[in-house]
Design a protein around this ligand. Structure first.
Ligand SMILES: Nc1ncnc2c1ncn2[C@@H]1O[C@H](COP(=O)(O)OP(=O)(O)OP(=O)(O)O)[C@@H](O)[C@H]1O
Length: 417
């Protein structure tokens, strides 16, 4: 790695000895130019060597049996641009895809071999791609969320930005429930502030839900059309159960009255997409389970009522235009209403969590990403869903809590009088 760093060519104009006028000056400039061109060739050949060795190590190669034994074929490197950032074109081997260079841990490993932090793959044409070796973590810099609102649930809200610089969007009408986990201070609330602030004005979206912290929902939504459908705090846990049961009743009513020849509700202002936000579900369930149990025949315990309602919203809500956004520090099955409930989330986001929590929500393949992610900065998350492999993103940051309240108050849809 350091080898490549030392070989990186220096342009003559950057070179102090290249200046000067007159005959000797011109001679010096010519020699500097020749040395520069030679150093590019040396550097390019070193890059090719390192890349070939790294591809062999990572098995991004073909093993070909020839008379003399086994030989290794690695993707051919074309033009090398010293950069920064260092980039080079590569011809894919038969059967290879551009994504093979970044699949599993290949991206960072290839980049580390070439003295960088990350790798971006840009398809060029035919079998050729350009590999860009990023010198620093592309997600290290945060990005702000402008004061944006969508005019309808079918419009995409900004979820985050990938290492390749792609901004990912998601329409709340897409049939996916969202799971968000992360330790204290990892940025999950800030992410939800950004998400909800983008949805508050849409006439065909209703933000309902339960929040024992009273920060995400509740006061911030005072005087908006959403507030009557939200329950906050821990003083009346029964009210959380009642709200969720009311939402289930509305879901059942919608499913019962589905128009003929239609298998799902098309959201309108009269039947909006209901985003059921469930903040800190494990805490809600723990508190509800701590209540005195009703006597036999005297009703169902509050915790069980909440679990049943959540499970029904998760399993049957999609067709009735209900979407669940559930937040928890970790998505342990027992803490979020069971493994079946957890399986219902098509879109999953993990802010900083221990490796086992990452694997719990994103599957065992994500375990190898766990060690590094266990120390992730606030706002950096792994995302699975949207038809993409589990990938690292940075979510936008709207600012402090006061800014969230201001945006909801400014743009939040008002109830018709
Ligand atoms: N996307 C981001 N970009 C930059 N900084 C962020 C981002 N998200 C959060 N932060 C910083 O991290 C701090 C903690 O974030 P946040 O309150 O959202 O964490 P949390 O996971 O919800 O924690 P808790 O469970 O304690 O509520 C924020 O006050 C902010 O300073």
């Amino acid at each position: 790695m350091s080898e490549l760093h030392h070989l990186r060519p220096v342009r003559p104009s950057d070179h102090r000895t290249a200046g000067g006028t007159g005959f000797l000056g011109r001679q010096r400039a010519r020699r500097a130019q020749r040395e520069y061109e030679a150093s590019i060739l040396t550097f390019a050949s070193a890059v090719k060597g390192e890349f070939r060795a790294a591809c062999e190590g990572l098995h991004i190669c073909h093993y070909v049996s020839v008379a003399a034994g086994l030989t290794v074929r690695t993707p051919r490197v074309g033009e090398v641009r010293p950069g920064p950032p260092l980039s080079f074109t590569v011809e894919l081997l038969p059967g290879q895809e551009p994504g093979d260079f970044t699949a599993k841990e290949n991206g960072p490993r290839l980049a580390h071999s070439l003295g960088g932090h990350g790798l971006r793959v840009e398809p060029i044409a035919g079998r050729w791609v350009r590999l860009v070796v990023l010198a620093h973590d592309p997600l290290a810099d945060g990005f702000g969320l402008p004061s944006l609102t969508v005019a309808a649930g079918a419009e995409s809200v900004v979820l985050g930005r990938t290492e390749g610089g792609i901004t990912l969007g998601h329409a709340i009408t897409d049939p996916a429930h969202l799971a968000v986990q992360g330790q204290n201070g990892s940025g999950k609330s800030a992410f939800c502030y950004g998400l909800l602030s983008q949805l508050v004005a849409a006439p065909d979206v209703l933000i309902a839900g339960s929040d024992i912290t009273g920060l995400l929902l509740g006061r911030a939504f005072d005087d908006t059309a959403h507030r009557p459908h939200q329950v906050v705090g821990t003083s009346d846990l029964g009210a959380h159960a009642v709200l969720l049961e009311d939402l289930v009743a509305e879901m059942d009513r919608r499913l019962e009255h589905l128009p003929p020849r239609q298998d799902k509700i098309e959201p309108t202002t009269a039947t909006p997409t209901v985003l059921v936000v469930l903040e800190e579900v494990p805490g809600l369930l723990r508190a509800a389970d701590g209540l005195p149990k009703p006597k036999r025949g005297d009703g169902i315990p509050v915790g069980d009522r909440i679990r049943t309602a959540i499970l029904r919203l998760l399993s049957e809500g999609r067709k009735a235009a209900f979407r669940v956004l559930m937040l928890a520090q970790r998505f342990e099955a027992t803490a979020v209403g069971g493994g079946y409930a957890r399986d219902q989330f098509a879109l999953r986001l993990s802010f900083r969590v221990p490796a086992d929590s990452l694997a719990m929500l994103h599957g065992d393949d994500a375990r190898r990403l766990g060690q590094e992610h266990a120390n992730a900065d606030p706002g950096i998350a792994y995302l699975s869903g949207l038809g993409r492999d589990c990938e690292r993103i940075r979510v936008p940051y709207l600012g402090d809590y006061g800014e969230y309240v201001d945006r909801v108050q400014r743009s939040g849809r008002r109830a018709p009088r």
